[in-house]
Design a protein around this ligand. Structure first.
Ligand SMILES: [Zn+2]
Length: 134
């Protein structure tokens, strides 16, 4: 069992986001290795990158899922800071390449209606080229 694996591909929150996007008719690619940070979901026609972040590892602000363990606090702090620094770096690099970057938090994927609305808004706002007609 790979229980220690921090960031697996195809995590449950990611699958939820993908399913919702699919329902909205969004077209996407997954894990583009050639982009900084290898965004979880890439929508080339909208120049939109989505990261599906776990609240704990990526420190979702004011989120109850992002509590700091009481033991080995220094260890966790160091780890969290490295994660956040890497996230910021990736976001900056992607923006320099002309991408929009959005983060979908794990806790957001637990509220189907809100997630649906959020993604719908995202798709609508990026639809400058109107390629979404079936
Ligand atoms: Zn959260």
């Amino acid at each position: 069992m790979l229980t220690s694996k921090v960031k697996g591909k195809d995590t449950r929150p990611e699958l939820v986001v993908r399913r919702t996007l699919h329902g909205l008719g969004g077209r996407y690619r997954l894990h583009r290795q050639d982009l900084p940070g290898s965004p979880d979901i890439v929508m080339p026609s909208r120049k939109l990158d989505l990261f599906v972040h776990g609240c704990f590892w990526h420190r979702h602000e004011n989120c109850k899922m992002a509590s700091t363990p009481r033991t080995r606090e220094d260890f966790w702090q160091t780890k969290f800071e490295a994660n956040m620094a890497r996230d910021r770096r990736n976001e900056t690099s992607l923006k320099q390449l002309g991408w929009r970057v959005e983060v979908i938090w794990e806790c957001e994927t637990k509220q189907a209606t809100r997630l649906f609305d959020r993604l719908k808004t995202l798709l609508a706002s990026g639809d400058g080229q109107s390629e979404s007609r079936e």
